[in-house]
Design a protein around this ligand. Sequence first.
Ligand code: FMN
Length: 184
Amino acid sequence: MEIVVGITGATGSIYAVRLLEALKEKNVNIHLIMSHWAKENLKLEASYSVDYLEKLAVAVYDNNNLGAKTSSGSFITDGMIVVPCSMKTLSSIANGYCENLISRSADVMIKEGRKLVICPRETPLSPIHLRNMLRLANMGVKIVPPMPAFYNHPENIEDLISHHVMKLLDQFGIKQVNGRRWNG
Ligand SMILES: Cc1cc2nc3c(=O)[nH]c(=O)nc-3n(C[C@H](O)[C@H](O)[C@H](O)COP(=O)(O)O)c2cc1C
């Protein structure tokens, strides 16, 4: 599988770290794009380097490079995940603004009818944020915010993160065995 992963400057870069590790473990070819603020936040809140994340990918693209492969529908992929997704990038995608490679690549997913999964992160959510999410959901984009579940008795933060990563992988039919699913 070929999956584009866009990481933006919302808090929660650890979700992106764990997602990339899981995709790599499943032998998915990761096409990685990080925004400037994604890189800043990674430094600020997680003990992982940009270099570590880039090594998990088969290809890394500059967010300012609108001529990169993923900006064209002729580059075939299985879809894209934006995690975490800032309200700024959410707005850009919902409005087709395409000012950088992350939002252009997401735009390509929508126009080509490919899978697009967005993990928006903000609280509280304003009517602007909610309207943008609804606009995307109505186009078939999957809105999968990092909302922890407690029915599976998480013991630590890693459990909460891995449950969310499992929900993201589910969107692509990639089965995560250690995700602590609800079994009735
Ligand atoms: C520490 C930190 C945490 C942030 N958390 C959020 C957040 O949770 N959600 C959000 O929409 N923006 C958040 N921001 C603001 C975004 O980084 C900012 O809007 C930025 O322009 C997003 O650009 P990007 O989408 O291109 O990465 C945060 C910024 C910083 C410095």
